[in-house]
Design a protein. Structure first.
Length: 66
């Protein structure tokens, strides 16, 4: 989420505009950015689309410990 919020700020987009693009409220966007919510993948994808980004997920084994 930090990378997406940083993309929003770099582009000069307000939380209000991102919220409108997502179909939600500014306060919901603020809660997402603060980490107050545990968002669904679909919410992250909508946020990413609103700021012109994409979300990619990878499944991989944990790193080996020594």
């Amino acid at each position: 989420m930090d990378e997406l919020a940083a993309a929003r700020r770099r582009q000069g987009l307000s939380q209000t505009l991102v919220a409108a693009r997502m179909g939600t409220s500014q306060s919901a966007v603020a809660r997402l950015e603060r980490g107050d919510l545990d968002p669904r993948l679909s919410t992250l994808e909508r946020y990413a689309q609103a700021v012109g980004q994409t979300v990619d997920w990878q499944v991989r084994p944990p790193p080996e410990t020594t």
